[in-house]
Design a protein around this ligand. Structure first.
Ligand code: UDP
Length: 250
């Protein structure tokens, strides 16, 4: 680790002034894209991600279809301007891996069996990356799926925990991810109590791991409330528009 960079100060605060158990501010907006069946924008600290959902729709090429369920396809992509050093627009190994990880985190929540022979496409576009993009991507994608009206057992929420300067912390930003010791991304379905993504980059003791997992799950529960409030706002707004349109027709 670079000796110059101190990730926890003498008061126990992190580089951006947060306590160990504090999330970055999270904002979610639903239905931001007119041409998608469902969409959501998440802003978590400086990380900004747009998720778009298309489907259930006909699958091409047809031989990829499944007779008993829909196929979920996921593309995680970083915009060239999303990071400090320009990211090549060509798909990288990391993007291919994260596309798979995000798909596997979302799949158990979706009632795919309701739409045989179709596909559901999920696009996760990272507009600005400041750590935790796979987790914020899962959070935004599950809201976009709900916005598309796709039946789900629960929303899926992503949140990472990790270890920086020997302290177990939640929701790492880029600098903590780069210079810290460990990153543990988690995706969780709060209502079901199920974990659908668990990775660990680094080494933790059993005690530290349990602490990190609990912090990540608590983080997921907090972000779950933001997801639900965002969906409710969109639903209330649509209902209001409908009522006004009905009134003007009378
Ligand atoms: N990152 C970057 N350039 C890249 C890929 C990643 O600067 O080509 C940064 C970005 O801020 C990202 C962070 O590194 O959020 C951590 O990346 P990681 O692979 O751990 O995934 P994430 O934490 O975003 O899920």
């Amino acid at each position: 680790m670079d000796e110059e960079i101190k990730l926890i100060d003498e008061n126990g605060l992190r580089v951006d002034g947060r306590r160990f158990d504090e999330l970055r501010p999270v904002r979610i907006e639903v239905g931001v894209l007119k041409n998608a069946d469902g969409s959501a924008l998440i802003v978590q600290g400086r990380t900004k991600i747009l998720a778009a959902v298309y489907g259930p729709r006909e699958i091409h090429p047809k031989h990829l279809s499944k007779p008993d369920r829909a196929v979920l396809r996921c593309r995680y992509h970083m915009a060239p301007f999303s990071v400090e050093d320009r990211k090549s627009p060509a798909p990288s190994r990391r993007e291919t891996e994260l596309s798979k990880v995000i798909r596997e985190a979302l799949e158990p929540a979706i009632l795919l069996e309701k739409f045989p022979r179709t596909c559901i496409d999920v696009f996760v576009e990272v507009l600005e990356a400041d750590g935790g993009t796979r987790c914020a991507g899962v959070t935004a994608a599950s809201v976009a799926l709900a916005d598309a009206g796709i039946p789900m057992k629960d929303l899926v929420v992503g949140c990472a925990a990790g270890k920086v300067d020997g302290v177990v912390v939640v929701d790492l930003c880029d600098i903590e991810d780069k210079y810290g010791e460990v990153d543990v991304p988690v995706a969780y379905m709060p209502n079901k109590g199920l974990i659908s993504l668990l990775q660990m980059d680094g080494i933790l003791t059993m005690e530290e791991f349990e602490k990190a997992l609990n912090l990540a799950i608590d983080g997921c529960k907090k972000i779950y409330e933001v997801q639900k409030a965002a969906l409710k706002r969109k639903y209330d707004f649509t209902e209001k528009l409908k009522r006004e349109a009905d009134k003007s027709e009378e």
